[in-house]
Design a protein around this ligand. Structure first.
Ligand code: DX5
Ligand code: ZN
Length: 228
């Protein structure tokens, strides 16, 4: 699969989200960070904004739910038209049931891991998922420094995905920029979220092209690419 870029509107102007979406029309997804001030110490946007954005962009929405009780709240994001819905495993009570519910509603089911959460205990769950998100910062805020300590987990996740086969995408989120994207791609990521790197630029579309080029070249060099 070709690499995919998912710009995070967390770093955009919240008063002009439709313009922000239009400025990244060359992206593959629009990454929407939902935070509830409980799972993470920050409050962002929720369902009404996702519903409005649905009508304001043709980009598919990739909703990253940093919230408590995703079992209760996540399905509504699929119903609101999010093409991909990612919950945190640290907050989910019945992740298999939730992933199946999201898929039944027509969304891709994603599961996210905070930096200190290992992937190995969830090996058997991977078949239930369409996307695994390895966080490369502590979730909650944009503009944080990339955590290199998470790179080995990207590599181990790619190995588990290769072992089981299937079409699971491996997403990274947090501190992804022109400087860090190659090490993520080389380790096995294929979907890249970038917030501040994209929206701090006067030309977000050009940054997306640049991130895509760097990730594609690093993937072409990566050994995991040939092991599949
Ligand atoms: C952080 C969010 C990210 C955030 C990334 O908790 O999940 O999606 O927007 O922002 P950058 O790319 O600036 O680290
Ligand atoms: Zn995110």
């Amino acid at each position: 699969m070709a690499v995919q870029i998912s710009p995070s509107i967390l770093s955009a102007d919240f008063a002009r989200l439709a313009d922000a979406a239009a400025s990244v029309s060359n992206a593959d997804w629009l990454h929407v960070d939902v935070m509830d001030n409980h799972f993470v110490p920050n409050l962002t946007i929720g369902l009404p904004v996702v519903e409005s954005l649905r009508a304001a962009t043709t980009l598919p929405m990739d909703c990253h739910l940093m919230i408590e009780d995703p079992d209760r709240w996540a399905p509504a994001y699929a119903e609101a038209g999010a093409a991909s819905v990612t919950f945190h495993i640290e907050a989910a009570r019945a992740p298999i049931r939730l992933a199946r519910e999201l898929r039944a509603l027509g969304a891709r089911a994603g599961m996210a891991l905070k930096p200190a959460t290992p992937v190995e205990p969830y090996e058997d769950l991977l078949a239930e998922l369409d996307l695994l998100l390895v966080m490369t910062v502590e979730p909650g805020f944009g503009g944080q420094k990339f955590l290199d300590v998470c790179v080995p987990k990207i590599r181990r996740s790619r190995e588990l995905i290769a072992k089981h086969g299937g079409e699971l995408w491996l997403q990274v989120d947090g501190g992804v920029s022109a400087e860090t994207i190659e090490r993520c791609a080389e380790a096995g990521a294929d979907v890249f979220v970038a917030g501040s790197a994209v929206f701090s630029s006067d030309d977000p579309g050009r940054v997306i092209d640049e991130l895509r080029r760097r990730a594609s070249e690093a993937t072409a060099r990566a050994s995991w690419q040939f092991a599949r």
